[in-house]
Design a protein. Structure first.
Ligand code: RIB
Length: 301
């Protein structure tokens, strides 16, 4: 039985390393290009699996070489792909520019991800049996809503990473146990609800803060901030996904929230030290070693 199940996207990333991100109308030369597995759903599944959770993915790829690459790679990471669909059309792709500071810009062509719809009886069974369901927003919103509704009838913990951000109905937020957003995504959600604290809608809200770590907000409790260890940043691509996957594993293991947050912050920090999305995601041993080396990562209230 899978402890963590991901419903989401799988892409292949075309990555270009540049001195700086080009301005509109500008052409810049890359000093290195590569192709690697990515997509927020796939990244989060790999992060959960490498952190140690039996993991399954419900996603869609095209009947093409990138689809085969994705299926094979997920299998090599020990992820259950029984519910991975191969559909007409192209596997999702992303065009990523990474500058010398490790920051990026990303354009996603959803391709097959846009055809992930109509959860099957097997999908529902796996979701209902999982400890944690993890979702993002690179697949149709109707599918995300359907998965959340499926989990509502079970004891599965529902974590939504609201990326890439879009307007979300309060009814969807009310079905979540945990919302993970970055500062930009949090601002977007707050803008349409100026007088409402997000954690009055979702009991646990985590705001990731990049190199500054993460902020945990719980209904009726003081906020907790976990600092990130300092790292030599090479590429931030997939760091938020690594955070979500590692966090889901820690929750599935029954770690209490602050400990789970420290675990996820350290996992995300490690991913920033290496290039690419999937290639940069750390294994459990590396996370535990860095956690031990850091001692108690600074926590403030
Ligand atoms: O979060 C990083 C991911 O966003 C990339 O791997 C890319 O595929 C896009 O989905």
């Amino acid at each position: 039985m899978s402890q963590v199940v991901i419903v989401g996207s799988a892409n292949v990333d075309q990555v270009f390393r540049v001195q700086r991100i080009p301005a509109p109308g500008e052409t810049v030369l890359s000093h290195g290009a590569s192709t690697a597995r990515g997509g927020k759903g796939q990244n989060q599944a790999v992060a959960a699996a490498r952190a140690g959770a039996p993991t399954a993915i419900i996603a869609a790829v095209g009947a093409d070489a990138f689809g085969a690459l994705t299926r094979e790679g997920l299998g090599a990471d020990g992820i259950d792909t029984a519910l991975l669909r191969t559909v007409a059309g192209q596997t999702g792709t992303a065009l990523i520019a990474v500058d010398v500071s490790g920051e990026n810009t990303i354009i996603v062509d959803p391709g097959a991800n846009g055809l992930l719809s109509n959860l099957t009886a097997d999908d529902r069974r796996v979701i209902a049996a999982a400890a944690v369901l993890v979702l993002q927003l690179e697949v149709p919103l109707a599918t995300v809503i359907e998965a959340v509704e499926t989990a509502a009838a079970s004891s599965t913990t529902v974590l939504l990473n609201a990326a890439p951000i879009r307007d979300l109905p309060d009814t969807l937020l009310a079905g979540l146990d945990i919302l993970v957003v970055n500062e930009h995504e949090a601002a977007h959600l707050r803008a349409s609800r100026p007088n409402v604290e997000l954690c009055t809608l979702v009991p646990v809200v985590v705001v990731t803060l990049g190199a500054e770590g993460a902020l945990l907000q719980r209904r009726g409790e003081p906020d907790v901030r976990v600092a990130a260890p300092s790292v030599a940043a090479v590429d931030a691509t997939g760091a938020g996904d690594t955070f979500c996957g590692a966090f889901a594993t820690a929750i599935a293991e029954g770690q209490e929230l602050e400990r789970a947050l420290r675990f996820a912050v350290v996992a995300a920090s490690l991913s920033v030290e290496r290039e690419g999305a999937v290639p940069s995601i750390p294994a459990r041993g590396a996370i535990d070693s860095r956690l031990a080396a850091e001692g108690d990562v600074a926590t403030t209230r």
